[in-house]
Design a protein around this ligand. Structure first.
Ligand SMILES: O=C1O[C@H](COP(=O)(O)O)[C@@H](O)[C@H](O)[C@H]1O
Length: 478
């Protein structure tokens, strides 16, 4: 098995061996003082160090702000504990970690940082977009140790052109194979489960095509509102924040042709083919996209102010907190099937799933009575569950149909999402990150929508926080 094959749960390494054979390695986190590092990255890393006995990992945190080694060590220890990690490997990594105050956009600061790295070096850029580009430029000037892996958080560029320019900059630094564009959805067991459900079930995969499927709904709604993230979110909105990145990656997994292996090259080629074939339905973003923004309301018993009253938002920007777009995937398998992609914040009773809506049966024998529902296969993206909605002869009259749902849940993965992502990075599992061409394609897909919205061709509606969206939105007619 080569290095970059997706490993499913339970594929942990034998205790005592390191992630990359016996080679020591350094993980240098730039942006160590940020929320992403403390809230997501470190708890995920702790679990990975624990399950993989990765005691030889040298973790270096760096940011512009002053911090002592001691202070950083307790931050790391706390975050590892939050992620449920404990044991000798965890203790060793905590004891050896250090913090270096440096400005990574500055050559001197970078050289100082790189001088502390040993073995195979992975530089994780947990930085805001503008700083990230400046840091890549600085890295291009200073150069990086041979074999360095670069890890970049989203957003990767702000449009297709800037994503291409960033790719070019990175390719001047390290080969594409050594670049990991992080999409934490690709570390979610629920998302990876799409592979198992699709490709290990004879009763599923042959049915997933335009012959049997009428529509595919990819939905990731959240009860969460802005929650203090105006600085990032107000300049992004739901379409860029969720659809351009995560949900198009999910769409690619859902629609790709079966790859012959789970090697990075096979999975990524199959996904890239889908993205290249994807466009807004009927090429009409004004007709097949919608946007809305929440007003004050109650979600899960919490009162949320209206989005525009959240601190740091600029109402004039017209940032949407709910985005929907209907996409076409022009391949033999999916031509004519609408993919309705949606993500919203502050939504009551949110759905997080991929739902395949099947066509009606060609013929129902006369004599079977009752309502026939369209079959649906739902694969949960948040809650870990799979549901199949079927028609059966119900109780009572044996010829009367009733709908039933076959449902099963499954437990969490061994690692938190960021643990899985970091494992992908440290073990070079390519399918768990986004290839450069895919990120450009994803921007290309949504640019017509952004353009239509920018020019006011699609109205910005309101919905009450805690509702399911604007009251006047009806089902898509495609
Ligand atoms: O990347 C993001 O994802 C989260 C949703 O993912 P989750 O794993 O935290 O459930 C979303 O809330 C956030 O706005 C977005 O930037």
């Amino acid at each position: 098995m080569s290095d970059d094959r997706i490993r499913t749960n339970g594929g942990g390494r034998a205790p005592g061996t390191s992630a990359t054979g016996e080679q020591p390695q350094t993980l240098l986190v730039l942006g160590a003082g940020g929320d992403l590092t403390t809230r997501l990255l470190l708890p995920g890393l702790g679990g990975l160090v624990d399950t993989s006995s990765m005691a030889d990992l040298l973790l270096i945190g760096s940011d512009r702000g002053e911090e002592s080694d001691e202070g950083w060590r307790s931050t790391v220890a706390r975050a590892f504990a939050d992620g449920g990690a404990e044991g000798p490997a965890v203790d060793t990594v905590v004891a050896n970690t250090r913090y270096i105050t440096a400005d990574a956009t500055d050559d001197h600061g970078l050289n100082r940082l790189l001088a502390h790295c040993r073995g195979r070096t992975t530089i994780y850029l947990a930085l805001p977009p503008a700083v990230m580009v400046e840091t890549c430029r600085a890295l291009a000037r200073t150069g990086v140790p041979h074999g360095t892996r670069l890890v970049l958080e989203k957003p990767f560029g702000t449009d297709a052109d800037s994503a291409s320019a960033l790719n070019e900059l990175l390719h001047g630094l390290v080969p594409e194979d050594h670049v990991h564009r992080v999409d934490h959805f690709l570390g979610m067991t629920t998302v990876l489960n799409i592979l198992g459900v699709r490709f290990a079930n004879r009763v599923v995969e042959p049915l997933l095509s335009s012959e049997h499927v009428e529509a595919v709904d990819i939905t990731f709604d959240e009860t969460l509102g802005l929650e203090g993230r105006a600085g990032f979110y107000d300049g992004a909105g739901a379409l860029r924040d969720m659809v351009q990145s995560h949900l198009l990656q999910v769409l690619a997994l859902v629609a790709m042709s079966p790859p012959s292996t789970l090697e990075g090259v096979d999975v990524r080629d199959a996904k890239a083919q889908v993205l290249r074939a994807t466009r807004v339905w009927d090429d009409r973003p004004d007709r097949y996209s919608r946007r809305a923004r929440y007003t004050a309301g109650t979600v899960d018993g919490r009162s949320l102010p209206s989005y525009t009253e959240e601190e740091g938002t600029d109402p004039a920007r017209g940032t949407e907190t709910l985005a929907e777009v209907v996409l076409a995937v022009d391949t033999w398998r999916w031509a004519g099937v609408p993919f309705r992609v949606r993500s919203g914040k502050a939504i009551g009773e949110p759905r997080q799933e991929v739902a395949f809506r099947f066509r009606d049966p060609q013929h129902i024998p006369a004599g079977l009575t009752g309502e026939v529902i369209g079959n649906r296969l739902r694969i949960g993206l948040g809650p870990r569950r799979i549901e199949m909605e079927l028609n059966v002869n119900g109780p009572g009259d044996p010829f009367d149909l009733s709908p039933v749902t076959l449902e099963t849940g499954f437990g969490p993965g061994d690692l938190l999402e960021y643990g899985e992502v970091l494992r992908g990075v440290l073990e070079d599992e390519k399918p768990l990150s986004v290839r450069g061409d895919m990120s450009v394609e994803s921007w290309r897909i949504i640019e017509p929508v952004l353009d239509a919205w920018r020019h006011g061709r699609v109205p910005l509606h309101d919905y009450r926080a805690g509702s399911t969206g604007p009251a006047n939105w009806e089902s898509w007619e495609t």
